[in-house]
Ligand binder design. Structure first.
Ligand code: TYD
Ligand code: MG
Length: 453
């Protein structure tokens, strides 16, 4: 069977049509459809009895960065395709070079295909990251044809393509960096890598508004999607996976960018607690548990008189959730927040999107609104319902243990929670109870530093 019906792919959004149309029905862009090759083409492959299929038991290749390895579930898996996505300048190339240098230092050959920098630029950077071995090879090209040839001939076990967004397939008449080009490059490179048992790492750019330009269309083609986030003007980098076919998803890794490249932060909770400044209104600690490791973070809130429609601005927390929590406060606490702008952020470039952070968001907003700093030893954990009730969250004991480990001494949590020995537990069942509890939790050492609204 080898039929070859025509297909047309939109180079702007990746939509496929069976006939050419001037305007893409999916994204409404004009003249973006380009013809792509065979949709159904058979290689003659036949099914195999499961028992007879050999199972690869190869160990993952460590990247040399403990925090990246934990997010990947050990490292890069032979025969798998990993997409490393992030905004320009965040550290994608650096992270991949670390991995290549580390794998090479263990005697495993590695190849870096650089499509954005010259060989000498990459070599200079690689030298700064670690001692180079003869097992690391470099090739600077943006031609997909060259890359495919090299990957199909190489003896390397790990191949990095930096970046897949800049690879150009001369046979396609679509613009470089567009969905058609990026998808063609990823598909073909992935097919060879899987067949040859190579751990392939593709670097993909993400635009400032969070979309993976082009590579969003790649998420389903790859086995693992690793995001690297952080402000390029600060050292902190946060690594997470949004998809992981071979390991845990949702793990969070914390790293720092320095003169010698990236380094793992050994104890992220302790580091985030140490970064907290003096006790100030609007600061409350909470504990995230998205992955297997609990992580103590600081929620910060700022409340100012609204000019016009009150704003609710969320950074690192869910914007929808913040609007809902502000409405709950208005409805159940009658504190007058309805006429104020509310800004809430999670510190340390970490995303606190779990409902378990609700209680800390509300406590931070109330602390900011009233101008009273909370005792810095307080941690708030709990989900807040629309009725103003505070609900239990998964893994509360593990979270409180982590808080206690880094020196937090008082927990505000839903009824039924268990705190570790030595930690004071204040149960709150409603936001009104929280409001009362906060009075006794004010920091007595620092005077009210801010005038309440
Ligand atoms: P880079 O890995 O090139 O980012 P990306 O590939 O995501 O665009 O690194 C970006 C920034 O990191 C760059 O501005 C320089 C800085 N950097 C360091 O601070 N230390 C280092 O050792 C390296 C290699 C880069
Ligand atoms: Mg780069």
């Amino acid at each position: 069977m080898s039929s070859k019906p025509e297909a047309f792919l939109c180079s702007a959004c990746g939509n496929t049509e069976l006939r050419w149309v001037g305007r893409c029905p999916s994204c409404d862009q004009w003249n973006t459809l380009v013809e792509v090759g065979a949709v159904l083409e058979s290689s003659g492959e036949q099914p195999h009895v499961v028992q007879e299929v050999s199972v690869s038991e190869s160990l993952p290749y460590s990247t040399g960065l403990a925090e990246v390895d934990r997010v990947l579930g050990g490292g890069l898996i032979p025969g798998s395709v990993t997409l490393v996505a992030g905004t320009p300048g965040v550290g994608k190339s650096t992270m991949c070079l670390h991995a290549a240098v580390n794998v090479g230092s263990h005697g495993v050959s590695t190849l870096v295909i650089a499509a954005e920098e010259s060989e000498s630029q990459v070599a200079a950077r690689a030298r700064r990251l670690g001692s180079l071995s003869e097992h690391v090879s470099l090739m600077a090209t943006a031609s997909l044809g060259d890359a495919l040839r090299v990957v199909s001939e190489t003896t390397a076990k790990v191949v990095v393509v930096d970046s897949v967004s800049t690879m150009v397939d001369q046979s396609l008449r679509s613009p470089s960096g567009g969905v058609t080009q990026v998808r063609a490059a990823a598909e073909q490179l992935a097919a060879i890598a899987r067949k040859r048992g190579i751990a392939l790492v593709l670097v993909g750019h993400v635009t400032k508004d969070g979309d993976i330009a082009g590579p969003r269309a790649l998420e389903h083609l790859v086995d693992t999607v690793v995001y690297i986030e952080g402000d390029r003007h600060h050292q902190r980098r946060v690594v997470t996976t949004t998809k992981h076919r071979f390991g845990p998803s949702g793990e969070v890794g914390l790293l720092e960018m320095g003169p010698q490249g990236l380094t793992s932060i050994d104890d992220p909770s302790a580091a985030l607690v140490a970064e907290r400044g003096p006790a100030l209104p609007g600061s409350v600690a909470t504990v995230l548990a998205e992955g297997t490791r609990p992580l103590v973070v600081e929620i910060q809130a700022l409340v100012t008189p609204a000019v016009g429609t009150p704003a609710r601005v969320a950074q690192g927390v869910s914007a929808t959730r913040l609007r809902q929590l502000a409405a709950v406060l208005d409805a159940h606490c009658d504190v007058g927040l309805v006429r104020a702008d509310l800004f809430v952020a999670c510190s340390g470039a970490v995303r606190a999107t779990e409902p378990a952070v609700d209680l800390a968001v509300i406590a931070a907003a109330l602390s900011a609104f009233q101008g009273h700093a909370l005792d810095p030893g307080v941690v708030c954990i709990g989900e807040v319902g629309l009725t103003g009730s505070i609900k239990g969250v998964a893994g509360i004991t593990r979270r409180l243990e982590e808080a206690a480990r880094v020196g937090l001494v008082t927990a505000v949590a839903p009824p039924g929670s268990t705190a570790p020995e030595g930690m004071r537990l204040i149960s709150v069942a409603t936001v009104a109870e929280l409001l009362d509890a906060l009075v006794s939790l004010r920091d007595t050492k620092s005077d009210t530093t801010k005038r309440p609204l």
